[in-house]
Design a protein around this ligand. Sequence first.
Ligand code: NAD
Ligand code: MG
Length: 421
Amino acid sequence: MGSSVGLGLMEELGASRQPGREIDTSVKRLAVLGATGSIGLNTLDVARRHPQRYQIHTVSARRNVGALADICREFEPTLAIMLEANAAEQLRQVLRNSGCQTRVEQGDEAIECAARAAEIDIVVSAIVGAAALLPTLAAASSGKRILLANKEALVMCGDLVMSEARASGAVVMPVDSEHNAIFQSLPIAESGGVCTDGVEKILLTASGGPFRNTSLEDLRVATVQQALAHPNWSMGPKISVDSATLMNKGLEVIEACRLFDISADQIEVVVHPESIIHSMVRYVDGSVLAQLGRPDMRTPIAHSLAWPERIDAGVAPLDFSQVSGLHFEKPDLERFPALRLAFEALHRGGSAPAVLNAANEVAVESFLAGDVAFLQLAEVVENTLDRVKTATDQDLATIIQADAEARAVATDELARMGVPR
Ligand code: NAD
Ligand code: MG
């Protein structure tokens, strides 16, 4: 079995090992989509350490003018894109006043366009949610190296993204720490891409989130602030809530199936509260390979940027004398039904994972606004999955329609729970 993760890199790997053959040392131009977010800023921090290797050509954000202006002043990218028009206008003014030459554009089409632009070598897909789907597809169909942090696009229609990447020769590098760890624990096949021959199980680790030891009774009254206080990772609000419900792990199970071309029953979720082992691969001969490191996203980002080389990520070395122990337990599907729902959507197939994802996005937004209770998040997703008919096709039009229908149904579910529309 093989997958297209890393596909195309075999040539680079081969070239780097052949005496007398130079590897490509040209400066790589990056489009950092979602530059003001947690992954975006971590990517810029790694790039900042290697100006001779990486040039920030394009950056994008939704509406955070101050943060994108700071980025433009430091990196002087050619292009900055704001999703929202008034934010773009404000950015233009701020940059004009500070003498920064960066051109400012606006809107989702400009972001998508930047992902396929000829002058870009590497696209960092770090927009949160379904909004990353079209830019990720654009990068996949135009032969880029994609640093894929966003997981929702793969959950919605991962087979499509991966087949577009295969057809164009794009290289998909998983940035999500678990998938990056799996990538690092698998061999590279002759044909390019990782090889999953001889894999018995992928052991996907989960920290368990802030509520690992919280009783069902206390989960009923869990606050936004508690949900956002992840014990090990500092991340954006949506993925933090997903980590608290374990929906994040559910999305990651689907992500792993799409990336590595494996089935759901080849994946086991293991709760590992220390977040030192980022995931493992167990082979049929009993060997288990793992990747370890500090819980710092700059490690998988640097790995994905430079592979097959290694570059400094600014991460302090892991000191084992300071690690008090490594613990493992099974996930509790009763307190965290979101993980069960993700497996169910995966088994249902077709558009069901897209429906799961859309309902979850609507529910999380409502939770973050303080409108719905923590335990109702999974309820909204479950009821939406029950109400929206699963389409078997996974073409883009079908998936976009399923996404829209699921959002409408999830909004209706919230209304039935007393949340104002
Ligand atoms: P974040 O909320 O911190 O940042 C999101 C970025 O996307 C911001 O720059 C924002 O301006 C932009 N954005 C938001 N909505 C947009 C829209 N509709 N159109 C265009 N741009 C938009 O999120 P994050 O934590 O950096 O996560 C980004 C993605 O990476 C998510 O899919 C997440 O699951 C994944 N991921 C994050 C981490 C992490 O450590 N943060 C780890 C693994 C995977
Ligand atoms: Mg992860």
